[in-house]
Design a protein around this ligand. Structure first.
Ligand SMILES: [Zn+2]
Length: 54
């Protein structure tokens, strides 16, 4: 998790794994992998710089 790259999608804090660069989501105080199928939602805003979903 890269603390300098944390952003908020309107629901959860988001970042990327510093090792494998997979997208992460902060859920109930813990960072876990962002699951495109389970977690993708129109209620979430896109990344402020890249405009990507994760
Ligand atoms: Zn990783």
């Amino acid at each position: 998790m890269n603390r300098n790259r944390v952003w908020h999608d309107g629901r959860n804090y988001r970042s990327r794994c510093t090792v494998c660069s997979k997208p992460l989501l902060r859920d109930h105080g813990n960072w876990r992998k962002f699951d495109l199928q389970e977690d993708a939602s129109e209620a979430r805003e896109l990344h402020p710089r890249t405009g990507e979903i994760a």
